[in-house]
Design a protein around this ligand. Structure first.
Ligand SMILES: Cc1cc2nc3c(=O)[nH]c(=O)nc-3n(C[C@H](O)[C@H](O)[C@H](O)COP(=O)(O)OP(=O)(O)OC[C@H]3O[C@@H](n4cnc5c(N)ncnc54)[C@H](O)[C@@H]3O)c2cc1C
Length: 456
């Protein structure tokens, strides 16, 4: 490979802190808030202009159930509940179906971004760096000493005693030269589209079928290989978020692949808009409008850290309990097919549902019925502790899991809990002067419970 020599240089130190959190989705924000509440000074680094990550910048506006699979026991609380309560006071969230397994929150992404600014602003110990991209990591032995960011002011360092890598792609580990793991088949990225006028189209054409419109194999204009779902935007009238694109074969932690995926995702959004307009014209409805596209394509999966424990699909589906559990979840295993259409759901009660290319459901079982089913699963702290470094934790979608476990745990209500746990664990590790791996799980769980998390 052709190379260019970059001369060594001294750079200013922008901040010195106890903890630097790289990545400002709710995962990273909750890590920062949890650590600041426990007395740490925190720098929060986010490459985009806003906090919230996929939930805001990629407009993925749905958080799943905080209850177990049968709706009998609440299994998630903490900052996740608090954010939704705060959005509710602004009419920016609707709850759908509390009494059924598809219970979920639909929220306004822009309102979440604003609320996270407020929540972070309430913590005097957090300094936020927006438009700041991680550029390098200074490591001595098994410890990160500092991270280097590139922002409007140039290249600057942040010295920190501990790090939470909430970048989704495990960028801190990667820049520290630590080998990452990639699943053979990655879940594909999707570009959302904020569309106005779908409601009018449905009213004008009562038999309107969105899946057939977008993926009709007989239609040369239609998209190939996909899956579509929509979500309302609370309080925004006829606006709906449409998730109908998929960019197959893209590992978006590769810069060129990310560029191609962004362009391809938007090209698919354009085709969706045109297909909807064609349907509207045929039905005599006003043409649907493409009101907005996200700042960043929605990324489901790239790399995973190699941690003390790799969570498995069997552990998730059998609801295995862990002594060091720091998160509980009830969302099903949900694997979007790569390279084709459809997706597969596996539930804790043994059911399996496969949706084919035409979104027809095929019901089956991954195991025989049994007398008692687990109703939630857990994430152990060890799945956030990379083997390679002593003062760093991962949180969010780059945690250590096999493809099936990842398919369930990847949703935001679970990533949020990982963030809260990582920030809390960093405070305990720094307080005790230990490596992250030596944090006492019982003390961590007690502290999380004292701070409002549901610890089971
Ligand atoms: C289309 C789509 C639909 C989905 N549907 C749902 C759903 O309905 N419900 C649900 O709960 N989950 C859903 N998911 C999954 C869920 O959104 C993600 O798994 C989750 O948001 C991952 O959170 P994260 O914090 O790990 O990563 P991200 O949300 O990707 O956050 C990482 C943050 O780090 C920042 N960052 C990255 N690299 C750097 C760097 N080098 N320097 C500085 N900052 C950096 C990013 O800008 C981002 O803000 C969906 C995902 C997609 C893509």
């Amino acid at each position: 490979m052709d190379t260019l020599h970059e001369p060594a240089r001294d750079i200013p130190v922008a901040a010195e802190c106890d903890l630097v959190v790289v990545g400002g989705s709710c995962t990273g924000v909750f890590a920062a808030i949890a650590a600041a509440r426990r007395g740490l000074s925190v720098c929060l680094v986010e490459q985009l202009n806003q906090l919230g990550g996929t939930a805001t910048a990629s407009m993925v506006c749905v958080w799943h159930s905080l209850w177990d699979t049968v709706g009998r026991r609440q299994v998630i609380a903490g900052l996740t509940s608090q954010v939704m309560e705060r959005l509710a006071t602004r009419g920016a969230v609707i709850e759908q179906g509390r009494d059924n397994p598809n219970w979920q929150y639909c929220f306004v992404p822009a309102e979440l971004a604003c609320e996270l600014d407020v929540m972070v602003g309430e913590q005097a110990r957090i300094r936020t760096f927006l438009h700041a991209r991680l550029a390098a990591v200074a490591v001595e032995g098994r410890r990160v000493q500092a991270v280097v960011i590139e922002d409007k002011s140039g290249r600057r360092a942040i010295r920190a005693r501990a790090v939470v890598d909430a970048s989704g792609d495990a960028d801190v580990l990667r820049r520290a030269g630590v080998a990452l793991r990639r699943h053979e088949v990655l879940q594909p990225p999707t570009t959302a589209a904020l569309v106005a006028g779908l409601g009018a189209l449905r009213r004008a054409a009562p038999g309107f079928d969105l899946t057939r419109t977008l993926f009709d194999p007989a239609d040369p204009q239609a998209l190939r290989h996909g899956f579509v779902w929509t979500a309302p935007v609370p309080g925004a009238g006829d606006l709906e978020l449409v998730f109908g694109t998929r960019v197959h074969g893209a590992d978006t932690s590769d810069a060129d692949a990310l560029t191609r995926a962004e362009v391809e995702g938007r090209a698919q959004v354009r085709r969706i808009t045109d297909l909807l307009r064609r349907q509207a014209a045929a039905a005599g409805a006003p043409p649907p409008a493409l009101a907005a596209i996200p700042a960043r394509i929605g990324i489901r999966e790239t790399a995973h850290a190699d941690c003390l424990h790799r969570l498995t699909e069997q552990e998730v589906l059998h609801g295995v309990r862990f002594d060091d559990a720091i998160a509980n979840g009830s969302y099903r295993v949900d694997i979007h097919a790569q390279g084709g259409g459809g997706l597969t759901f596996r539930y804790l009660d043994g059911r399996e549902v496969r949706f084919d290319e035409r979104q027809q459901a095929h019901l089956g079982r991954w195991r025989a019925p049994q007398a008692v089913d687990p109703t939630f699963y857990q994430v152990p702290y060890r799945s956030l502790v990379p083997r390679a470094l002593d003062n760093l934790l991962v949180a969010g979608r780059c945690f250590d899991a096999d493809p099936g476990a990842f398919g369930a745990v990847r949703v935001m209500v679970n990533c949020n809990q990982m963030g809260e746990a990582a920030g809390t664990a960093a405070a305990l590790a720094l307080g005790a002067g230990t490596a992250m791996a030596a944090v006492d799980p019982a003390a961590l769980r007690r502290t999380l419970a004292a701070d409002g998390a549901l610890v089971i």
